[in-house]
Design a protein around this ligand. Structure first.
Ligand SMILES: NC(=O)c1ccc[n+]([C@@H]2O[C@H](COP(=O)([O-])OP(=O)(O)OC[C@H]3O[C@@H](n4cnc5c(N)ncnc54)[C@H](OP(=O)(O)O)[C@@H]3O)[C@@H](O)[C@H]2O)c1
Length: 328
């Protein structure tokens, strides 16, 4: 028998997630598997803001928290998987999984010598969100100015680097001086600690002719301050709104519509799941850039499955740089 641990949602979040919203439970899984099944144990688990955003539609009290993990096969009666194989799995916040539905397993990109955690971050959903959000939706061209917020996060740090590869001027906002320093090392032309600067003044200085492409991960106050600085016919992609995920009640929206009207902006929402047919090619591109040293990545790894809620709550306090992960 295998003792599995899983984190369960006790009740729907109200405001900021808190410790009492989570409960750690144990369950016993058979160590023998039936034909077609695979038993695996988690190595790395992904920690993602969407779990808060979509919690009320994806989970009900008593459910295992949702999310992806990288896991090692420890028993298999499925000819596609051998003991020792490393797989990417959508089975939520759990240490061990008996996989009976193979659609839970997603193909891993070919990584060579790169860390196996990468398909949860820079070579996975967050990297793809940056790649497709920028290239397929905002479509910046050389010489344009691109602005991204939560710029030292998993998505934002990749956005800025791809925009630099395309010959754009890149502006990033992040919440600590260390993060700002990292953005400078990544080649961002302008990086600001939004907690210390006047955002309006910073943008007047960094983008005197306006921002052509705004990749918005944050929403709220930062977007309200940013919209007046968008160039005429500028493009805005709403990818996330982490500053409002913990708001109680329905968001009335931070977007000053007069600015959108005056500047004839294009404002779109984005879901990475609409781009699923392109994921394999996108991951291969991201891996190639990482192997060539063109794309840098960071991970903030919390050690210990029991600390999953702490890592998750840390997303809303800015405790992570790059991709937030838990090592089981
Ligand atoms: N549309 C899609 O398909 C899709 C896919 C993936 C992710 N997303 C969204 O994209 C965004 C980025 O995702 P990610 O996984 O890369 O997460 P992330 O940016 O790494 O998120 C954590 C960071 O958010 C920042 N943050 C937290 N609260 C904030 C606030 N009130 N104001 C400003 N910044 C705040 C913090 O950085 P600072 O220290 O800089 O404050 C924190 O470290 C999220 O909104 C996520 O929901 C959307």
């Amino acid at each position: 028998m295998v003792t599995a641990k899983r984190w369960v949602l006790v009740k729907q979040f109200v405001g900021k997630p808190k410790e009492s919203d989570f409960c750690l439970e144990e369950e016993t899984l058979p160590d023998e598997v039936n034909d077609g099944e695979v038993l695996c144990e988690a190595i790395y688990l992904s920690v993602d803001p969407y779990v808060r955003f979509l919690s009320s539609v994806m989970m009900k009290p008593g459910d295992t928290l949702v999310g992806e993990q990288i896991a090692r096969v420890i028993n298999s009666k499925n000819p596609k998987y051998e003991v020792g194989d490393v797989i990417r799995l959508s089975s939520g916040w759990r240490t061990h999984t008996l996989v009976t539905d193979m659609s839970q397993i997603d193909v891993m990109p070919v990584l060579g010598d790169l860390p196996v955690s990468l398909p949860l971050g820079a070579a996975g959903v967050t990297g793809l969100t940056a790649l497709f959000g920028l290239n397929d939706k905002l479509k910046p061209v050389e010489g344009e100015t691109v602005l991204v917020n939560s710029a030292a996060g998993a998505v934002g740090s990749v956005v800025g680097q791809i925009a630099k590869m395309k010959g754009c001027t890149v502006i990033g906002f992040a919440g600590t001086d260390d993060k700002v320093q990292w953005l400078t090392e990544l080649g961002f032309d302008h990086a600001f600690n939004y907690k210390k600067v006047d955002v309006d003044e910073a943008l007047s200085m960094a983008a005197p002719n306006g921002v052509h492409c705004y990749f918005d991960n944050v929403g709220g106050y930062l977007s309200t301050q940013t919209l007046p600085h968008i160039h005429r016919n500028g493009r805005v992609l709403i990818v996330g709104s982490i500053s409002t995920y913990n708001d109680i009640g329905k968001s009335t929206g931070p977007y000053p519509f007069e600015d959108i009207l005056k500047k004839c902006m294009t404002v779109n929402g984005f879901s990475i799941y609409d781009m699923y047919p392109k994921w394999r090619d996108g991951e291969a591109q991201l891996v190639d850039w990482i192997q060539q040293g063109k794309l840098q990545h960071r991970e903030t790894i919390t050690e210990g499955f029991d600390l999953m809620p702490n890592a998750f709550m840390g997303l809303f306090e800015g405790t992570c740089t790059g991709k937030a992960l838990v090592k089981a």
